[in-house]
Design a binder for this molecule. Structure first.
Ligand code: ADP
Ligand code: MG
Length: 245
């Protein structure tokens, strides 16, 4: 492969430059800058209410930023919401097919795509099932399938392992890794769970009071002396973070 192609492939898919967001007069995000490359998984950590989900909503254009720029080189974005958010009166397949509602695919093409996507999360046997017949972990995987149908190059996960037992969390983490590799996507995982960070993330950004207070590789987690990271590793993700309330 020639040099220019290699370089091109390592350009960020997601880039935020000095992004600001306020609700009414309350600043939530101030001067947030980071980027994510193809195949890379970035973990976003920080206390509740700091603006983690807001970052995902800005990237997926559910809301506009007030200032700064968000550059995405790929149009298709898959968002796995915090709560699986499946519609209980529709089948698993119908829930996933909603993501294609404004596409020009035929019924047969949609069915084939849904089967293919359910295969990826190993749930094709539940194609015609109602969501409430599935376990929490299986519903999470259906929500992943819905997020990744159409092969997005950007995948955003909002607390994908929150409230799941350790074994199910591990399984979900495996799928995050698998989908990242398969789609060569730029992924962002918002999480409070250290185990999820360790197993999935390449890099981490830590937010506090609207800004990034630490950025680093997973390999630095155990030795870095940054106070926010030490508190996080000590199992007190809201440790020094809560003092501003
Ligand atoms: P996190 O995901 O880190 O817990 P969020 O991004 O959900 O935090 O929210 C950041 C802050 O913005 C919170 O204080 C939240 O109450 C506030 N917020 C989020 N959405 C809105 C909204 N639509 N209107 C007003 N305030 C909001
Ligand atoms: Mg949130």
């Amino acid at each position: 492969m020639n040099q220019s192609v290699q370089n091109a492939s390592s350009q960020p898919i997601i880039q935020l430059n000095n992004v600001c967001k306020a609700y009414e007069d309350r600043a939530v995000l101030q001067d947030i800058s980071f980027s994510v490359k193809p195949g890379e998984i970035l973990a976003v950590i920080g206390p509740s209410g700091v603006g983690k989900s807001t970052i995902l909503r800005l990237i997926s254009e559910l809301e506009p930023a007030d200032k700064g720029e968000i550059i995405t080189t790929e149009k298709k974005i898959g968002m796995a919401f915090q709560y699986s958010a499946l519609l209980n009166s529709y089948t698993v397949a119908e829930n996933i097919a909603f993501a294609l509602h404004d596409s020009k695919f035929s019924e047969e093409e949609i069915a084939a795509l849904v089967h293919e996507t359910l295969d990826l999360v190993e749930l094709d046997e539940f194609y015609d099932s109602m969501p409430d017949k599935l376990s929490g972990g299986q519903q999470k995987r259906v929500s992943f399938a819905r997020a990744i149908i159409g092969n997005p190059k950007i995948i955003l996960y909002d607390e994908p392992t929150a409230g799941l037992d350790p074994i199910t969390s591990t399984l979900i983490e495996d799928y995050i890794l698998k989908l990242s590799k398969r789609l060569k996507a730029a992924s962002i995982v918002v999480t409070h769970q250290l185990s999820t960070i360790r197993r999935t993330a390449d890099r981490i950004i830590c937010l506090f009071k609207g800004g990034i207070v630490w950025e680093g590789a997973v390999s630095q987690l155990d030795t870095d002396q940054n106070e926010y990271i030490r508190q996080f590793i000590d199992g007190k993700p809201d440790g020094p973070f809560t003092s501003h309330h």
